[in-house]
Unconditional design. Sequence first.
Length: 77
Amino acid sequence: GSDGWHEPRVVLRFLNDKGDMVGGYPAIPNMRFNSDWMTREVVIAVPEGATQLQMQPGLWLSSGVLEIDDIRVAPFK
């Protein structure tokens, strides 16, 4: 796509207990090329007041195939 967010990605958003977004959109690895299976990993800080993590995988105004085998969320200190 023509904009930076027009790509296959998993959009991450932190929400508070009212369902409002807190913090900005965290940095995520992008995928603007064809590839074999690979593991992508990201470590992000949880913003103050966040009680939920929303994950939205999609092609986001791009074309092709996005296959996701596993999504794992684990605490990290």
